[in-house]
Design a protein around this ligand. Structure first.
Ligand SMILES: Nc1ncnc2c1ncn2[C@@H]1O[C@H](COP(=O)(O)OP(=O)(O)OP(=O)(O)O)[C@@H](O)[C@H]1O
Length: 942
């Protein structure tokens, strides 16, 4: 670049330079005169008495400075610095120890304070410049006139402030890699400081500041123009930076994690742990130099090993200095999926990285979370750029996420294509036509995922019908295996026959004992526990498997899980059903995910690290927490899981959904079975009197209660294990109510109980407690004593452990949950046991309700759900006789309540603890005084 000087000017400059050199040589030749005293040599260890390092660029007599090469600067116009003395020059630094001259070490305000417009350099200021001394020397008293001030007297230009000179000056002034000092652009080059401030945003990336700095560094030298300051200890483990204002310095300060600004002293201080990082950054800045902390080596920035002034604490705190670039400088973070189309980079600050972020078209900065997010299509480009930054360690998105969202990555599409309608023409039309719209979507989803999925619809939304339809779509690949809790094995068999009428009656094989064949049916239904006991038979691989309540597999260590996992991994289609796939923590999902997509997370640990916030503890890894749950949800929903809540599909649901649960007959012991069989046989013969008939029926009913207890309890426990948080259980016999209560107590499940012995005053408070308390999960209720007058709408599931012949009473009981205040569809489960009085009671109830319905007296309809159980009775002529007997006995009775009382009395008599005598029954009956009286009357009548 042309200097713009005439030849004559150049000649004179050269002359002056030569003269100056000569004078300097003379001074050097005369020891003690003009030359720097040995004591003032630029010794890195030169310290003030108080240990603070001060001036290292000494002002020679006559106010002339001296450069390392020993050549005094002459008044050459070329070298002459812009006239505002001190703007760029080496500032006086040989103040008396501890002095704080005006302008010395002027602190700067915090970043916010700089947000107001900075007074610009006036043109006058620049015009004044030539009138200032031309020597490039430090001015002891920088002229106030040359430095505009804020209203509060603060100078506007950092270079107007007196600064500490860093040492050793040799290193400062002869930094080999630096260009020779040229005009300072901020003052001389016409670029005002205020302009610089305005370009540095509060969160301006340091990189950008650096870019500006580096661009300008070509034309000015740090050594000569730099703002100078120093580091001093600040308390036990911190250091303070005493320096004038520099926007780029502040921008850098803001990246230091331990930064703290002291408004009183107006200085920034930092942890010693950040010292080396900070010094390294300062070194990069063109406009600032800092004298290192006492006791450290300016070059290496490590403590002096032999210095007596270096305390052990300092050594310890600075020990990472030499290698600061490694652990301490690396900014670590991770990419996290935050929606189906975007991901977020959860990471600390790094200027270069922010520069990369800003190049992404889809970038979005969330002011609240202070995180950047991008479209997935930018992911490959962004990661490529970030990974090339040595100081950044950003954990990428997990492989399963990349695989699952491959369509969005790199593509412009942000949404995966809609799930197509599956062709269900080969499936029984009954089930296809019976699917509700959301259930059809579930089936479509399953088929789009090639029959491997976790169907996680809320409880009661009809996962069974969907699973049957999905499995039927793959019927060519059957035999089918259905793994379920043992209490619903028969319900599954019924459901298959109900929804797939084309199935032959013998196609379902319900496995009841470990000796049964696991593979003899087209549809094989087995409980979790039996499956684990039948390992030997498991060699046969099923291509299609349904697992109901798949969260039963949540613990990999259980026998049931160990038995099921190899089968599931090997099968072609895996249909997992669970309304509550994880009851308390994401770790519980792992086995279910692994069952459906074994390739996603082959090792639990990688899943644990990402989603269970895995922590190493003294005893091993703790996976009980959760992390990145949003990402996990998006991953699962995109790949393998479909979940709808009741509230989302409420408009498609009936207000009440009734289910017949066929409870397992093996729950009935052999003796009870024999008694029941004998009773059935006896009843088939008929009775002479009506009274005999009724008594026989009541005894049969009572035996049924005893027989069902085990299955009922098993069912209730399964419900609890499945995550049902609140439900009502109605039973009629005291022994059933007692058995349920005892079991709940044993299992420490919170419950209330309302039966005939519960005083009216207490009922209300029990109900209120149940309504509001999360700790009360079950309401154990007597069908006859609690079917009216109580509100228990906080539950949306009603279980009938026993049947009652009057459907009106049952409907009233259902309505304890289905009433004003209920916001959900109410599920009602009727437990029906084969080989018991239920077989006769259930069709009878159906019959009665039909009549009520036809008369417009009831909107309830049992026939839909009950049709599967109809054939119990219709198939066998002997059973038909008994059914007729039931019909006759109960249809004649106008007063069902009397019947109920009679049965309660019988119940009381049958209870071994209560004795058989009428008197004992009277004494022990847990009924209200009025009822007691009626029972008494009844016995008196006998
Ligand atoms: N499309 C339908 N048509 C008629 N009845 C249905 C339909 N879908 C579900 N149901 C009935 O709704 C009740 C609840 O269904 P199901 O037992 O399959 O629910 P679920 O989602 O498995 O509940 P849970 O998680 O509690 O086991 C059953 O009685 C079932 O027959």
């Amino acid at each position: 670049m042309s200097s713009g000087l005439t030849e004559e000017q150049k000649r004179r400059i050269e002359e002056n330079r030569q003269k100056a050199l000569a004078r300097r040589a003379e001074r050097r030749a005369a020891p003690g005169e003009g030359g720097r005293p040995a004591s003032q040599r630029l010794d890195p260890a030169s310290l003030q008495q108080d240990g603070r390092r001060v001036g290292s660029c000494h002002q020679p007599p006559g106010g002339q400075g001296q450069q390392k090469d020993g050549v005094e600067k002459g008044p050459s116009p070329v070298d002459a610095h812009p006239p505002a003395a001190g703007l760029c020059g080496v500032q006086p630094n040989n103040y008396p120890q501890g002095s704080n001259q005006a302008g010395a070490t002027r602190p700067f305000p915090p970043a916010d304070a700089w947000s107001h417009p900075h007074p610009p350099h006036s043109g006058a200021q620049h015009q004044q410049a030539p009138q200032q001394p031309k020597y490039y020397l430090a001015s002891k008293n920088p002229t106030e006139a040359s430095c505009p001030r804020f209203a509060d007297g603060e100078r506007t230009d950092a270079h107007c402030r007196t600064e500490y000179t860093p040492l050793p000056s040799d290193s400062m002034l002869t930094d080999a890699g630096r260009p020779p000092c040229g005009p300072c652009p901020e003052t001389c080059g016409g670029s005002s400081v205020s302009h610089f401030y305005s370009t540095v945003q509060p969160f301006a990336p340091l990189k950008e500041a650096k870019v500006q700095k580096r661009d300008s560094s070509a034309v000015h030298s740090k050594a000569r123009c730099a703002l100078k300051g120093r580091c001093v200890r600040h308390g036990e483990d911190r250091f303070q930076v005493e320096v004038g204002y520099s926007a780029e310095l502040i921008a850098m300060f803001k990246t230091v994690p331990s930064r703290s600004y002291d408004p009183a002293t107006k200085m920034w201080n930092f942890s010693l742990e950040d010292y080396c990082h900070l010094m390294k950054e300062v070194k990069e800045l063109s406009s600032v130099t800092l004298a290192p902390l006492e006791g450290t080596d300016a070059a290496s920035q490590v403590p002096f090993s032999n210095s007596i002034t270096t305390s052990p604490t300092l050594k310890t705190l600075l020990k990472t200095c030499s290698g600061w670039q490694k652990p301490s400088a690396i900014v670590k973070g991770k990419c996290v999926l935050i929606s189906r189309s975007r991901f977020e980079v959860d990471i600390g600050y790094d200027a270069e990285m922010i520069g990369v972020f800003k190049q992404m078209g889809s970038r979005n900065y969330d002011m609240k979370t202070r995180k950047w997010s991008f479209l997935l299509e930018d992911y490959p480009r962004l990661m490529g750029a970030i990974q090339s930054l040595p100081s950044i360690e950003a954990e990428p998105l997990p492989k399963p996420v990349i695989q699952t969202f491959a369509a969005q990555l790199g593509a412009t599409t942000t949404c995966a294509a809609d799930i197509p309608d599956a062709d269900l023409s080969a499936v029984d039309s009954k089930i296809v036509a019976g699917l509700m719209p959301f259930q059809r979507e579930g089936v479509n989803f399953a088929i789009s995922r090639e029959g491997r999925l976790l169907l996680a619809d809320d409880m009661g939304l009809g996962k069974t019908i969907q699973a049957i339809c999905i499995a039927a779509y793959y019927q060519k690949e059957w035999p089918l295996l259905v793994v379920t809790p043992s209490s619903v094995r028969f319900t599954w068999a019924e459901a298959f026959h109900r929804w797939l009428p084309s199935l032959s009656p013998g196609s379902t094989n319900v496995i009841v004992t470990g000796k049964d064949s696991l593979t003899s049916g087209l549809i094989n239904i087995v409980s979790f526990d039996l499956l684990s006991k039948m390992d030997k038979q498991l060699k046969e691989t099923f291509q299609v498997i349904i697992v109901d309540e798949s969260h039963f597999l949540k613990n990999i260590k259980t026998a049931r899980c160990r038995a099921a996992m190899p089968l599931l991994k090997a099968a072609k289609r895996v249909i997992l059903l669970s309304g509550t796939p994880a009851l308390s923590r994401p770790a519980e999902l792992y086995t279910q995910i692994a069952a459906v997509r074994p390739s996603f997370f082959p090792q639990f640990h990688s899943f644990g690290l990402r989603y269970c916030d895995a922590k190493k503890m003294p005893w091993g890894w703790d996976y009980s927490r959760s992390s990145n749950l949003g990402e996990l949800k998006f991953l699962l929903e995109e790949s393998i899981m479909i979940r709808r809540l009741k509230s989302e599909v409420l408009s498609q649901l009936p207000a009440k959904q009734r289910t017949v649960v066929v409870v397992a007959p093996e729950g009935i012991n052999a003796k009870t079975k024999a008694v029941l069989a004998a009773a059935t046989k006896e009843m088939a013969k008929g009775y002479k009197t009506k009274q005999e008939e009724k008594e026989a029926l009541l005894l049969f009913y009572n035996r049924t209660a005893e027989a069902k207890i085990r299955s009922v309890i098993e069912y209730i426990l399964d419900l609890l294990e499945s995550g049902r948080e609140k439900f009502l259980v109605f039973a009629h016999h005291k022994i059933v109510l007692d058995a349920i209560s005892e079991e709940l107590e044993k299992k420490r499940v919170g419950y209330i109980r309302i039966d005939g012995s519960t005083p009216s005053a207490e009922r209300q408070s029990l109900c209120q407690n149940f309504q509001v308390s999360e700790k009360l999960s079950v309401a154990v209720l007597s069908i006859t004593a609690a079917n009216m007058g109580v509100t228990l709408s906080s539950a949306d599931l009603v279980v009938f452990a026993e049947l009652f012949w009057n459907p009106g009473v049952l409907i009233q009981a259902e309505d304890r949950a289905h009433r004003i205040g209920q916001t959900s569809s109410v599920s009602i489960h009727y437990l029906v046991a084969k080989g018991t009085a239920d077989v006769f009671l259930w069709p009878m109830i159906q019959e009665k309700i039909k009549v009520l319905g036809a008369a417009g007296l009831s909107e309830a309809n049992f026939s839909e759900t009950a049709e599967a159980t109809d054939y119990f009775v219709k198939q066998d002529p002997r059973q038909k006789t008994i059914y007729d007997l039931f019909q006759k006995a109960f249809a004649d009775d106008g007063d069902d309540l009397d019947e109920a009382l009679r049965m309660e009395a019988v119940d009381a008599c049958q209870n071994p603890d209560l004795g058989r005598a009428g008197q004992s029954a009277k004494d022990s009956c847990s009924e209200s005084p009025r009822k007691k009286q009626r029972i008494e009357d009844f016995f008196c009548k006998q």
